[in-house]
Design a protein around this ligand. Sequence first.
Ligand code: ZN
Length: 246
Amino acid sequence: MSVAILSDVHANIQALCAVLDDVAKVAPHASIWHCGDVVGYGASPNEVIGELQRVGASGVMGNHDLAALGDDIVEGFNEGARNAALWTREVLTAQSREWLRALPRVLEMGSTTLVHASLRDPIMEYVMDAATAEENLRGLSTPLLFHGHTHIPALWELRGDVAHLTAVGDAPIVLRGPSLVNAGSVGQPRDRDPRAAWLLWERDEDNAGLGRVTWRRVEYDIPSAQEAIDAAGLPNWLASRLAVGR
Ligand code: ZN
C-alpha cells in the first residue's frame, strides 16, 4: 500500500500538476491524501480543488482554507496573506466552497491521523521545537500523524520519552515508533528549496510495521505560477518568494 501525501498546495496549480505527474511516475497506484491549505496565496484555487477532486484526494482543513470560507481567522493574518484570502473568497465557485467546507479538521485513517497544523490545535499550531513536538507525540492515539503548516519537511519521533528531530533528505526513512511526519509544501516551500515537495508513505503488502517515508522534490514551472499571481493582482512578494523557496 502506498500513499502520496500532499500539503500546503496553496492554489499553485503548476506545482500540483508537476507533483501529480511525479506521483504517477513513482507510485502510480498510490492513494492521495492532503493536509490542508489547499488554497490561499496562489492564483488558481478552483483549478487546484478540481484537480484534487479528480484524483479523489482525502484530506483536512487548513487555516487558509478556513479564511477563504469567511472565518475571522483572517484578522490574524499578515497583510499579504489577508489580501490573498479575501481575493480567494471572491473567486471561489460555489462547488469549490462546498468541497472546502466539507473538509474535517482531523481525519483518522487506520494507523494514521491527518491534520493541517498539530494534533492539539489542528488549524494553527506550528510544530517547530522539541517541546511542542513532544506534547503532540504524547497525545497521539495512532502511531503516526501526517501534517504540514510550517511548509518545511520534518520528522519528529518519540524515542524513550523525548522528541527527536530526524534529518530528512532524499533517502527513504523507516518509521519505528510514534512520529509526526511533515510533508512540506507543494505550492510554497519555505526550506530554501523552491522545488515542490510531497511525501510518499509505503507499507508492506501485509501492512506490518509503520512503513517508510520518502520526501520527493519536483521542479515545476515557477514563472507561470508567478505570472498568474501578478495577473490576479495579488501581492508581488507572494510571487517572488516562490523562486527562492522561503
Ligand atoms: Zn500553509
